[in-house]
Design a protein around this ligand. Structure first.
Ligand SMILES: CC(=O)SCCNC(=O)CCNC(=O)[C@H](O)C(C)(C)COP(=O)(O)OP(=O)(O)OC[C@H]1O[C@@H](n2cnc3c(N)ncnc32)[C@H](O)[C@@H]1OP(=O)(O)O
Ligand SMILES: O=C([O-])CC(=O)C(=O)O
Length: 371
């Protein structure tokens, strides 16, 4: 038995949700370049969950269902006040909060497809409320109730800041949500599928996925990108700092990918938004620094930026606190996780690979006093 480290190149399941072929990403056959320019996040949610775009009335219905389900139990919000919130990573808080949501859902253990679909709506609707409420409560502010006539993207920004977003902010945030929604069998989606393939419940699947997304080699990289940009501080410092990191064999966050070779097709959309938004904010340095880092890393290492690189300066330009970047990724990717969870249930088999054993051969037990 031989193993593939990190399961590289292993095809572990079939899926009709998204595909990456020759560096082209599609959701249900729609090119991400097309969706990024034209689709609302709500349409993408429907697309991923139903494997087709919604008709007008179906979209209205989904928006209404999401709006109707945004409130979270007060006890879950109160839980944010039971620990030292300023010293807790928001992804850790989100992981626990989503798990807690399951405790208040009387259908949590009901495994009928209709009940699982209802849970998908509830989780997708409530995750925005959780992230924005966390962001406010830790700053001593009260959570802001959603405005049900706003889009998913606008509502998130409204609930976070308490102010209605400008059109360009809503457009940029919607695009970011669309771009992050699904990505074939990435680590967190795989985690979700493994969890529910035991026929565990939907909340367990999403909670497990949040834990996997949190790490800096996956979704956590966007926060680390902003940390790096902040540490570098100015365009003049880029060359020295990046060359030193490369010489020390340090990984540059936001670069490289297990699957893409020529480049991540999502990055250019985020790059364009970063350019636009940093200019509007009068903070072009974040974009300029990012471009220079990109030139060096891509030029020297042939490692193009991934989705996490330019999203950092986009979110920063939307006045979002840096440790909320990964929770925002989770808000979007929840749509993909849920699509994969529903797909896994619909044609389930336990996921249980093998390990190539490399430990000692057969040994004989020796009592503790004789060792
Ligand atoms: C949404 C997402 O999850 S996108 C990915 C987000 N993560 C990051 O941006 C973190 C930085 N990137 C990385 O760590 C990696 O590129 C990953 C985790 C994305 C992919 O990892 P893998 O496919 O396992 O590649 P692996 O880590 O083995 O790297 C292969 C080689 O490229 C190098 N490399 C890969 N990424 C980077 C990087 N960002 N900076 C510098 N070198 C890198 C490795 O050091 C390794 O070099 P070596 O062969 O000389 O040892
Ligand atoms: O697919 C991956 O390995 C990581 C990634 O880009 C994503 O999850 O969006």
């Amino acid at each position: 038995m031989t193993s593939s480290k990190g399961l590289e190149g292993v095809v572990a399941t079939q899926s009709a949700i998204s595909s990456i072929i020759d560096d082209t990403l599609t959701y249900v056959g729609y090119d991400i370049d097309d969706l990024a320019v034209n689709a609302s996040f709500e349409e993408v949610i429907y697309l991923l969950w139903h494997q087709r775009l919604p008709k007008a009335d179906e979209l209205v219905e989904l928006k209404q269902q999401l709006a109707d389900n945004m409130a979270v139990p007060q006890a879950v919000l109160d839980h944010f006040k039971t620990y030292d919130i300023k010293h807790v990573h928001p992804m850790a808080a989100l992981r626990t909060a989503v798990s807690m949501l399951g405790l208040f859902d009387e259908e949590a253990e009901v495994m009928e497809p209709e009940a699982n679909y209802r849970k998908a709506i509830k989780i997708q609707a409530k995750i925005s409320t959780l992230v924005t409420a966390f962001g406010r409560i830790r700053n001593g502010q009260e959570p802001v109730a959603p405005k049900t006539d706003l889009s998913f993207a606008a509502n998130f920004l409204y609930m976070l800041s308490g102010e209605l977003p400008e059109a360009i902010e809503e457009e940029a945030f919607n695009k970011a949500l669309v771009l992050h929604a699904d990505h074939e069998l990435n680590a967190s989606t795989f985690t979700a599928r493994v969890a529910v393939a035991t026929l565990s419940d939907v909340y367990s699947g999403v909670t497990a996925a949040i834990g996997a997304l949190k790490g800096p080699l996956h979704g956590g990289a966007n926060e680390q990108v902003m940390k790096m940009l902040t540490e570098i501080g100015s365009v003049d410092n880029v060359e020295t700092v990046i060359n030193e990191k490369l010489a020390n064999k340090e990984k540059i966050m936001g670069f490289g990918h297990r699957v893409y070779r020529k480049g991540d097709p999502r990055a250019k959309h985020l790059r364009d938004m970063s350019q636009k938004l940093t200019k509007i904010r009068g903070e072009e340095k974040w974009y300029d620094m990012s471009v220079k880092i990109d030139e060096i890393v891509t030029g020297q290492k042939n490692l193009p930026p991934n989705v996490d690189f330019y999203s950092a300066s986009v979110y920063h330009s939307l006045n979002i606190e840096h440790d909320l970047f990964t929770p925002i990724f989770a808000v979007s990717r929840t749509s993909g996780w849920l699509a994969h969870i529903l797909e896994q249930y619909s044609n389930n088999r336990l996921i249980r690979p093998r390990a190539e054993y490399i430990g000692p051969g057969m040994q004989t037990y020796v009592p503790v006093e004789e060792r």
